[in-house]
Design a protein around this ligand. Structure first.
Ligand code: G6P
Length: 600
């Protein structure tokens, strides 16, 4: 979702640098982009500041930056927009400027009271060229600036008027200064050499220039000018010092390398990531297990794919540790706030650690006095910093919109914790190590070819279904998400037993139905459900350790007991990827979707 990158420093190619940075944020998902750069050109012998703005619909990825005639500048910012208020048009793209570019801003999130503010501005004769809440924010800052002529004060005063979650970057043609503020949407400051600073919504945007970062917290602002970076706590209205954090992953980890897409690279990364994920400090895992044991109700909360992982978690805790764990999607969790009290444990599961709905649910739980735990992939993310205890997924940067390696890493860690809760962490670790090594064997070129052949057979179907039982039921839901996200084939997941209560009416001759089978006590039942589908003409794709008569196409997975959801989802990820390619879709940047969903 919206990417933000800005630079202020001693170099004169700021516009180019921020656009290069914006390319590194493409994975977040967007529909238009824009750049603003402050220039100082001699006009009639006098240095005259101005702001160059360029905006475009579509993707920046393929653009050769040397084709753009960019001005010399030491201060620039760029933005990729995922439309919320107003359609995908150049006018709605960021940056947005107020009168005579005195104020130019880019923004992530939503100013919820923008209509109210807009009415006020219209009364004061402000004119609007876009439908966005961002332009309203630019004019509000401008109206404050007109009163005091002080950019920092104007931003401070304007921020007090906004409701909602956001991240803002502000510049002005009149000041060689960059201001950034956050409430709810991520912003990270990178410290380069010789007084150079970057501000971005994610580290890959400036990772090529520095590995030293400072995280802006909610209700904080940073002012960057020739004297350096000053951080302000907006609630306490005083300056704060930020800790400099060193980034440990290198730039290569966030690149495609020899793969044609991030999605397939990240699927193949699963040869190593399960192993990495379970390489955790045993003391920490045991501490978490104890916290779950003692808690007055544990809530596993996540969104999208991660929400399905949370559902798998509840099955795992029930099977392995005989413990009941509550599961909710982030967006639905606030409805259950009444059951949270001191002593409850809230576990936020998230790849990015920034998903607005999960973050807000976490804040709700915090208000009610719950203990907070974060199971995140991005260290230093908002959820990580809000939590009392964090466990890292260690999957490395995940850039494809469709989550793959973070999903299986999350499941591996939840499995490990469930075993720790049962007092059997050693057995859990052994199972997961075996699983990791079997996945390493499984992900070979022949395996991928076998799935590609299947993709060729079914690429033109209108609908597909995925079924599973027990811990493979949430993976049936997740399998359907993967297919929807990148192949755009209508796909739905069901609990095997629920089929005959309605969905079976949708099966016609040749409809593909993927059955996720584990070698467990539900095997015969899920096979019976597959037989019921086949009897109505369905084409049965079995993902299973053994071949069964009912399967029209068999994709073998290792027999790994309670780790079955981890191995069963991988062939569906590969199938979704190849269907996307065959249907000429871009699997890394699927239409309408965003990687890090920072709006509610
Ligand atoms: C988006 C992504 C999904 C992800 C979900 C939650 O929808 O496309 O892949 O599962 O957000 O993201 P999180 O970062 O919280 O795991």
């Amino acid at each position: 979702m919206c990417g933000i990158i800005a630079y202020r420093g001693h170099k004169s190619n700021a516009a180019r640098m921020v656009l290069e940075g914006l390319k590194k944020l493409e994975y977040r998902g967007y529909d238009s982009w824009g750049v603003a750069a402050r220039t100082e050109e001699k006009k009639g012998g006098v240095e005259t500041p101005d702001i160059f703005i360029h905006k475009k619909i579509g993707k920046i990825g393929e653009l050769n930056l040397s084709e753009l005639s960019l001005p010399r500048s030491n201060l620039a910012m760029a933005h990729s927009r995922w439309a919320t208020h107003g359609g995908v048009t150049v006018k709605n793209a960021h940056p947005h400027a107020s009168l005579e570019k005195d104020i130019v801003i880019i923004h992530n999130g939503i100013v919820e009271n923008y209509l109210e503010l807009k009415k006020e501005l219209i009364k004061n004769r402000y004119e609007f060229v876009s439908e966005t809440d961002t332009e309203v924010a630019a004019h509000v800052i401008h109206s404050e600036y007109a009163k005091c002529g002080d950019l920092e004060k104007a931003v401070l005063n304007a921020l007090k008027k906004f409701t909602g979650r956001y991240a803002f970057l502000v510049m002005s043609k009149k000041h060689d200064m960059l201001i950034a503020a956050r409430r709810g949407s991520p912003l990270i400051v990178g410290k380069g050499e010789n007084g150079d600073y970057f501000v971005a919504s994610d580290i890959p945007a400036f990772r090529a220039h520095t590995d030293e970062v400072m995280y802006l917290d909610d209700e904080e602002m940073v002012v960057i000018d020739e004297s350096g970076a000053r951080f302000m706590d907006l609630k306490k209205n005083k300056e704060v010092t930020k800790r400099l954090v060193k980034i440990t992953w290198d730039t290569k980890e966030a690149e495609k390398g020899a793969f044609s897409h991030f999605m397939i690279k990240e699927i193949m990364d699963q040869k190593e990531t399960i192993h990495r994920a379970i390489n955790q400090d045993e003391k920490l895992i045991k501490k978490v297990a104890q916290a779950i044991d003692k808690a007055f109700g544990t809530y596993l909360v996540g969104c999208g794919t991660t929400g399905k992982v949370c559902m798998v978690g509840s099955y795992l805790f029930s099977r392995i540790a005989h413990k009941h764990i509550n599961v909710e999607f982030g967006s639905e969790f606030p409805n259950f706030r009444h059951f949270i009290r001191k002593g409850s444990l809230f576990v936020a599961v998230s790849q990015s650690g920034e998903t607005a709905d999960t973050l807000e649910a976490m804040e709700v739980a915090k208000e009610k006095g719950a203990k907070l735990m974060a199971l995140v992939n991005v260290e230093g993310s908002s959820m990580d910093r809000l939590a009392d205890i964090s466990i890292y997924q260690k999957a490395g940067p995940e850039k494809a919109v469709a989550s793959t390696k973070a999903t299986t890493a999350q499941m591996a860690i939840l499995t490990l914790i469930a075993y720790a809760c049962a007092g059997n962490i050693v057995e859990g670790k052994k199972l997961l190590l075996e699983t990791a090594s079997l996945i390493n064997d499984m992900l070979n070129p022949r395996y991928e070819d076998h799935i590609r052949t299947l993709a060729e057979k079914i690429k033109d179907v209108e609908s597909m279904y995925v079924i599973g039982r027990g811990m493979n039921y949430p993976m049936a839901l997740e399998g359907a998400i993967k297919l929807q996200e990148v192949s755009y084939i209508h796909a739905e997941g069901f609990a095997g037993g629920e089929l005959k209560h309605g969905p079976i009416a949708l099966i016609t001759k040749g409809t593909p139905c993927i059955a996720l089978v584990a070698n467990d006590e539900m095997k015969n039942e899920i096979l019976s459900n597959a037989i019921e589908v086949k009897a109505r003409g369905g084409f049965i794709i079995g993902v299973s350790p053994t071949n069964e008569e009912v399967f029209d196409y068999w994709i073998k997975v290792p027999d790994v007991g309670n780790a079955s959801p981890i191995v069963n989802i991988i062939p569906v990820q590969i199938l979704a990827y190849h269907l996307a390619l065959l249907r000429k879709n871009d699997p890394d940047m699927p239409r309408n979707l965003a990687k890090s969903v920072t709006v509610k």
